[in-house]
Design a protein around this ligand. Structure first.
Ligand code: AOF
Ligand code: ZN
Length: 366
C-alpha cells in the first residue's frame, strides 16, 4: 500500500479494530495508530470491556515519542470517566500535536465532547477519515448505545428458489463450504445467536463457533413459546456456551424447572400464547446483549421481519433449485398485498463465495 495521506494510517487503525470484533462485548471496537516524524511509533486496540482503551495502549508503546505526534483513532477519544479515565485527557497530557478521527462517538456521555476537549487544548483535530468504514464496523455498538436495543443480523442460506430445505426437510448442505465458514466468523462477532425451537428439534445444532483458529461462542437464544425444547439436545446438555430460552408466562412450570436444573436460563416474554418478540429483544438488550445473529428458520425470520426487528440481512444464495410446494422458505409470513409494501434493502454489498452469492443489506423500516 502506498503512503498517500491520512487514510494509510487510519486503515491500519481500522484493521486493528476489525480484528477485535466480537471480543469487546457491548463496547465498540477501536484501533489507534501513532505516527511521529513520519514513522510508526505506537499501535493499540481495545481488547475487552473494562480494560484500557485503544489510545492508552498506543500511547504506552509510543512513550516519549507521543509528544508532538499525530494520533489516528477510529472512534472519537472519550471524555468521560468510565472503567478508565478519559482518553482525551491523556492525549492532552502527552502533548500530542494532531488527532485524526474516523467517526464521532455516539455514546451520549461523549458525543463530541472528546473532540471539543482536544481542540480547546490547542490540538488540531481532523474528523471523517474513512468514516463510512468506521461506522459500519461499530453498527451494533451505535444502535445499542443510542437505543439500549441489540442490533439484529438475520442470516440465511437458500436455493435460487428461496428454499432452506427440501420438501422432506433435507438441508445438508445448501450453501458452500466457504459460506459456512463465514457463518462461524459471524457467530464469533455476535454476542447472541437466535433460532426457533423447531430448528433445534429438526437439526439438533450446537450453535457454537468453530473456526480453525478458535473463536468465542455466542449465547444461544432459543425462541420456544411452549417449552418444547428436548432435554437431550446439544444446546441443553453440552455445556459449551450459555443457553437462554425465550418463552411466555404460560410456559409449563415443571418443564421450566427441568431446564433450569440443567443450567438453562428461562426468560418469560409476554402473556402468550406466542413469545412477544419485541419485548424479548428489549429484554435481551437489558441483559447486556448488544448484537444478535438470527439464524431462523423461516417462521422466526418471517415474524422478526414482520415486526421490523431486523437491522441487517445476510443471505447466501446457492445455484440450486429444489422445488416442492411445501418446502420451507427463508422468510415465512402472511405477506403484503402490493409490491410497493415490500421490505426493501439499501446499502447492498455482494460477493461470490465459492459458487454461492453472498448478499447483504439494511432493511428500510417505515
Ligand atoms: C475510546 N477508546 O478504545 C474505546 C472507547 O466502560 P468504559 O470505560 O470502557 O467506556 C466505554 C465507552 O467508552 C464506550 O461506550 C465508548 O463510548 C467509549 N469507548 N473510547 O476513546 C476506546 N473502547
Ligand atoms: Zn477512551
Amino acid at each position: 500500500m502506498d503512503i498517500v495521506n491520512d487514510e494509510f494510517y487510519m486503515s491500519l487503525a481500522l484493521d486493528l479494530a476489525e480484528r477485535a470484533q466480537g471480543q469487546t462485548g457491548i463496547n465498540p471496537v477501536v484501533g489507534c495508530v501513532i505516527v511521529k516524524d513520519g514513522a510508526l511509533a505506537g499501535v493499540g486496540t481495545h481488547l475487552e470491556r473494562g480494560t484500557p482503551h485503544a489510545e492508552i495502549h498506543a500511547l504506552n508503546m509510543a512513550g516519549t515519542k507521543a509528544a508532538g505526534s499525530t494520533v489516528y483513532v477510529t472512534l472519537e477519544p472519550c471524555s468521560h470517566y468510565g472503567s478508565t479515565p478519559p482518553c482525551s485527557e491523556r492525549l492532552i497530557a502527552e502533548g500530542v500535536k494532531r488527532v485524526v478521527v474516523a467517526c464521532e462517538d455516539p455514546n451520549p456521555l461523549v458525543a463530541g465532547k472528546g473532540i471539543q476537549m482536544l481542540r480547546a487544548a490547542g490540538i488540531e483535530v481532523v474528523t471523517g477519515i474513512l468514516r463510512e468504514r468506521a461506522l459500519r464496523l461499530n453498527e451494533a455498538f451505535i444502535k445499542f448505545i443510542t437505543t439500549g436495543q441489540p442490533f439484529v443480523t438475520l442470516k440465511t442460506a437458500s436455493t435460487l428458489d428461496g428454499k432452506i430445505a427440501s420438501k422432506t426437510g433435507d438441508s445438508k448442505w445448501i450453501s458452500s463450504e466457504e459460506s459456512r465458514e463465514l457463518v462461524h466468523t459471524l457467530r464469533h462477532r455476535h454476542q447472541g445467536i437466535m433460532v426457533g425451537v423447531s430448528t433445534v428439534i429438526a437439526d439438533n445444532p450446537s450453535l457454537t463457533t468453530r473456526l480453525s483458529v478458535g473463536g468465542l461462542h455466542p449465547v444461544r437464544i432459543i425462541v420456544d413459546s411452549s417449552l418444547r425444547m428436548p432435554l437431550d439436545s446439544h444446546v441443553v446438555s453440552d455445556g459449551t456456551a450459555p443457553t437462554w430460552i425465550l418463552t411466555t408466562e404460560q410456559a409449563d412450570e415443571g418443564k421450566r424447572t427441568l431446564l433450569e436444573e440443567r443450567g438453562v436460563q428461562v426468560i418469560p416474554c409476554g402473556e402468550g400464547p406466542r413469545v412477544d418478540l419485541k419485548a424479548a429483544i428489549a429484554k435481551l438488550g437489558q441483559m447486556g446483549i448488544s448484537s444478535i445473529l438470527l439464524e431462523g428458520g423461516g417462521t422466526l425470520n418471517g415474524a422478526m421481519l414482520e415486526q421490523k426487528l431486523v437491522d441487517r440481512l445476510i443471505q447466501f444464495i446457492a445455484p440450486k433449485i429444489i422445488g416442492g410446494y411445501d418446502a420451507p422458505g427463508n422468510f415465512m409470513f402472511s405477506g403484503y398485498e402490493q409490491m410497493n409494501q415490500a421490505i426493501v434493502l439499501t446499502g447492498l454489498e455482494s460477493k461470490r463465495l465459492g459458487d454461492n452469492i453472498y448478499i447483504t443489506g439494511i432493511p428500510v423500516w417505515m
